[in-house]
Design a protein around this ligand. Sequence first.
Ligand SMILES: [Zn+2]
Ligand SMILES: [Zn+2]
Length: 125
Amino acid sequence: MKHPDQLPHIALCGSCEQGLLRFMRCNSCTTVLAVCEECELVWLDIAAVKDDPHMPSSSALPKCPACHSKHACWSWLTREETEGSSLVRYMAQPLDPAPGTQVPDNGTPDPEPGSQQPKHRSTGR
Ligand SMILES: [Zn+2]
Ligand SMILES: [Zn+2]
């Protein structure tokens, strides 16, 4: 089973700042490139884009900047494939959940069960 979350990533995309740069192989020329999973921009130089994610992209899917195929076939590299190759040095560590992000902080206290006090309303007559 393959889940996208288990694919290795290189860095956070400096262009859209939403997606992660992943390893992707062009099946036409077998070159491995950095591709953003969100905006689908392609970087030919993985080392350079890891160093500076804000550098201009080389191309965008499905065009391959290495062999200039306009409709290249692409496949994501799995973690196993990456770890078995020299690309492992570009692999980033798993993301740590940054404090203060993704956590809703609305401060609503949960009503505790069993703490409801029955209110007797004696009318006195
Ligand atoms: Zn992106
Ligand atoms: Zn190619």
